[in-house]
Design a protein around this ligand. Structure first.
Ligand code: OFO
Length: 178
């Protein structure tokens, strides 16, 4: 059973994961508006992954006997001056999220909640990957600089990333049960 404090901290972090999803979706539409469809697609994949991060956390709250609450999500910005600025924000954002996950681990430890501490290890590991991938994408975009041909090549390369909702997190997980 989750303590009140742990329950609330998990609901708040799920909200931050939803915000991440909004942010990347907003970036996706920004890139679409400037006809960089590979970058737009990469961001859309990222938005999908963040939605899964939020649902995974709220599903855990329910399975641990807590109350999952979907809190109001702050509106993200809608414009960036360049791919460099947008991907720079992705990198900053992921580092900030790592800090939030580590604080959440601190709450689980202070509450002596071993089950939640163990559950959160997935997020600790995921953040290592998130930082690594945002770092490598930022480097790719920085290397392209203002060279249109290099940016086009980077845009094409990032467009290859794909995403499928993992089993259990499909948008309509109950359909097959009917
Ligand atoms: Fe949820 O990992 Fe990015 O923010």
């Amino acid at each position: 059973m989750l303590s009140e404090k742990m329950n609330e901290a998990l609901n708040v972090q799920a909200n931050r994961e939803l915000y991440s999803s909004y942010l990347y979706l907003s970036m996706s539409y920004y890139f679409e508006s400037v006809n960089m469809l590979g970058f737009a697609s990469w961001m859309r994949v990222q938005a999908g992954e963040e939605l899964v991060h939020a649902m995974k956390m709220l599903d855990y709250v329910v399975s641990a006997g807590g109350r999952a609450r979907v809190l109001a999500v702050e509106g993200p910005r809608v414009f960036w001056a360049s791919p460099k600025e947008a991907f720079g924000q992705v990198w900053d954002h992921e580092r900030a999220v790592t800090g939030l996950i580590h604080s959440l681990v601190g709450v689980a430890e202070a509450e002596k909640d071993e089950a939640t501490r163990s559950f959160l290890q997935w997020y600790v590991d995921e953040q290592v990957e998130e930082e690594e991938s945002s770092d490598s994408v930022l480097k790719l975009v920085l290397a392209a600089g203002d060279d249109d041909a290099a940016l086009l090549a980077a845009d094409r390369e990032l467009g290859h990333r794909s995403f499928k909702f993992p089993r259990g997190f499909e948008m309509f997980p109950y359909a097959s049960a009917q």
